[in-house]
Design a protein around this ligand. Sequence first.
Ligand code: DGL
Length: 269
Amino acid sequence: MDDRPIGMFDSGFGGLTVARALIDLLPGEDLVYIGDTGRYPYGPRALEEVARFARQITAKLVAEHDVKMVVVACNTAAAAALELLRFEFDVPLVGVIEPGLRAALKNTSSRRVGVIGTVGTIGSGAYQRAAAELSRARPVDLTCAACPGFVEFVERGETGSDQVYVLAERLLAPIRAAEVDTLLLGCTHYPFLARTISDVVGRDVVLVDSADETAFEVASILADTGGGRRATKEGTRTWISSGDTATFERLGRRLLGPELRDVQGWVPK
Ligand code: DGL
């Protein structure tokens, strides 16, 4: 047994979709979540810069919070740095790209799958590479589209405005044209926009995200390594934001639920 907490991070609120799934699946585990809201969005930044942030946050989680595992709950950071982090840190690292893709591959019957993500994630080619790897036996036809601006709407708490609908209609046009049966939300912020996205692509397209599958992966690593917590009661949750802590608490609680409280501040150097 290992009573240390699980660490996780995102550029802001997006990773809360994964945190929700983790809390629901493994309620006895302690969790430390860092939302880098002071430096979001990661999507338009150079991958080297995102990798630097990911390294800094992982180092903080390991050194200051003694975490037993780190969940990179951000596609952009996973695309930029997962392999590097696995090389540099001595704890298991779980990303969201492969788990999300596995969920999409399980769902598709037409083998035409759409993936949407940030400019950084889509431009990195990480999904294209992972799809080639995971669907070698039965290849999929992957249509990728970057959706700049979606993350900013979520971070402002504007998840159902007319403006986000208009933007979605424009950005999701290639997905509609590709006639996919499954659309993978390849950014952890996007599940908060699921209703708008579904209205635009059509109700017959199944939206898939990485949250549950990532939580299952965490659970299976803990089971395989015997690293679960001796849980007698609900785990503790630590919330840290590099931006405005009151905003993180107010909006984060709306997005995640009542477990999100007592947000601590952090000023990255
Ligand atoms: N949630 C992050 C992701 O999954 C958003 C990145 C951003 O801040 O642009 O990619």
